[in-house]
Design a protein. Structure first.
Lengths: 192, 155
């Protein structure tokens, strides 16, 4: 274990480890970001009856598959946390890598979906619905990419049984990304 | 956990992995229900199975995967504050977005776009409205700012 430990990993003034508190703080700000986007979409969707026809072009089977992938990756993330609680760093690292695999699969499916839609003329500038669609899903996908990269870094330390608290921290972030998609799925794919 | 600082929330009750697999199974079942909801063709059923179940799924993830229920109150304060701001945003903005006409203003660009799009969808004949090529050919309505009605007009 490293001799020097950042203060965020050792201090706990509020009763919550500072690093974890920072993650919750980040998630609170993300609630406003994604909440703003989703609320804006909802307002426009209700105010624009023509969007129902636009929304009919999203592929609900792809949405279903990607939701399955993200829910499953949340399972592997919590199993990584579970292993970290048992101080089994190598197992936690393996579960985190499985979660990264889920992130990659999600992004591959999303890329295929976007390629298909764009090739059919449904671009970000086609109309207001598609602008929201690409903006919301794009911001979410950027969070998936960031989460995957962070999990790779955390898995590298966890496999050496170091800084295992990070497994829970990155898991919290990943579950939040999952929750955002749980709401995007009905908004963009189901309510047509 | 050895790396946890003293004074942290303490250890969660460590569930066996099977507990999380069971929650995952429930989440997948709910996902299937939300997916087949629209097949019944009733708007109310679709709304309940789509959005009602989304809230249930989010609750399950927050409680069982994020363990929010055993977190310190300060974390709850963070999240409640952010949700309140989100609701404030919705309450403050929605009257202008969800209506295209007010006492002293009207959003003519939005009204024109709705009229244009609906007529285009009707002309295309399909219930899916403008198709891909149509979307590519789509010429957006000229975006005009919301125009003010003359003073004393519709008071």
């Amino acid at each position: 274990m490293a001799a020097f430990k950042p203060i965020a990993t050792t201090r706990s003034a509020t009763g919550v480890l500072t690093s974890k508190l920072a993650v919750w703080w980040l998630l609170a700000s993300e609630v406003v970001i994604f909440g703003g986007v989703l609320c804006s979409y909802l307002m426009h969707r209700i105010a624009h009856p023509e969007w129902a026809a636009y929304a009919a072009h999203t592929n609900e089977w792809i949405g279903l598959t990607n939701t399955f992938v993200l829910l499953s990756s949340s399972l592997t993330a919590v199993l990584a946390h579970n292993a970290a609680e048992r101080e089994d760093g190598p197992l936690a690292a393996r579960w985190l890598l499985a979660t990264v695999g889920g992130a990659c699969l999600f992004l591959m499916i999303k890329s295929f979906e976007w390629y298909t839609e764009i090739s059919h003329g449904y671009t970000i500038s086609a109309n207001g619905f598609w602008s929201f669609y690409y903006t919301a899903a794009g911001i979410h996908a950027s969070h998936v990419i960031a989460g995957g990269l962070i999990m790779l870094w955390v898995a590298n330390t966890a496999r050496k049984n170091e800084e295992l608290h990070r497994v829970e921290n990155v898991g919290l972030y990943w579950h939040f990304v999952d929750i955002v998609w749980i709401f995007l799925f009905p908004l963009l794919y189901i309510a047509k | 956990m050895s790396d946890h600082a003293a004074g942290d929330h303490g250890h969660h009750d460590i569930h066996p992995p099977s507990h999380y697999v069971r929650i995952w199974g429930i989440l997948l079942t709910l996902l299937l229900v939300s997916f087949i909801g629209p097949w019944f063709g009733h708007q109310i059923v679709t709304l309940v199975t789509a959005f009602g179940i989304a809230f249930v799924k989010a609750y399950l993830v927050i409680k069982h995967f994020m363990h929010l229920d055993v977190e310190k109150p300060i974390v709850h304060y963070f999240l409640v504050t952010s949700v309140v701001f989100m609701v404030l945003l919705f309450a403050g903005v929605s009257p202008d977005v969800m209506h295209h006409e007010g006492t002293n203003w009207s959003n003519m660009a939005a009204e024109a776009e709705i009229a244009r799009a609906l007529s285009a969808q009707e002309a295309s004949g399909g219930e899916h409205g403008e198709h891909g090529a149509g979307a590519a050919e789509h010429k957006p309505a000229e975006h005009k700012p919301a125009e003010h009605k003359p003073a004393g007009g519709d008071h």
